[in-house]
Design a protein around this ligand. Structure first.
Ligand code: OFO
Length: 168
């Protein structure tokens, strides 16, 4: 069952938005590598991979619905995020923006009476709750212990232990 034109366009834009998020998190990883914060860099690289997986999930869905994916260009992300607190605050702001996009997609699916897409998007609605809460928790931790000396060293180690991250 083909997507409606509006639904198709909006989902297509979301593929690019998720790729943009991957690009942004990879830029944060690169900034952390330059500061020798390898744990935080690893955390951001895992996050970038998750964003790529988010993009691919929508990419595959568009194809399943007999529609074609058209990629758009990505803007260059910043190179300097102002240290750990700046980077995680930027991550939270970004996730809030993405939550708004996902909610608008759900609203559109309802308008178009596309129940399958509405159901497909539910995974993203839940994922965004988790994404915002994770970023918020890290910001609170940094604000509690500070981002210098031993506190920074331990925080970097802790975030580096994220491993493969959650699936999706
Ligand atoms: Fe795709 O969840 Fe973050 O942006």
């Amino acid at each position: 069952m083909e997507l409606t034109e509006r639904m198709h366009g909006a989902l297509n834009d979301q593929v690019t938005a998720e790729l943009h998020a991957a690009h942004l998190y990879l830029a944060m990883a690169a900034d952390f590598e330059a500061q020798n914060l390898t744990g935080m860099a690893a955390w951001m690289k895992t996050q970038a991979q998750e964003e790529l997986a988010h993009a691919m999930r929508i990419y595959d869905y568009i194809n399943t619905r007999d529609s074609k994916v058209t990629l758009k260009s990505l803007d260059a992300p910043p190179a300097d995020f102002g240290g750990p607190i700046g980077a995680f605050k930027a991550a939270l702001e970004h996730e809030k923006k993405v939550t708004g996009m996902i909610h608008r997609l759900v609203a559109l699916a309802r308008e178009e009476k596309d129940l399958a897409t509405e159901s497909f998007l539910q995974w993203y609605v839940n994922e965004q709750v988790e994404e915002e809460s994770t970023a918020q928790a890290i910001i609170e931790k940094i604000e509690l212990v500070g981002d210098k000396g031993t506190a920074l060293y331990l925080l970097d180690k802790e975030l580096g232990a994220r491993g493969g991250g959650k699936s999706g």
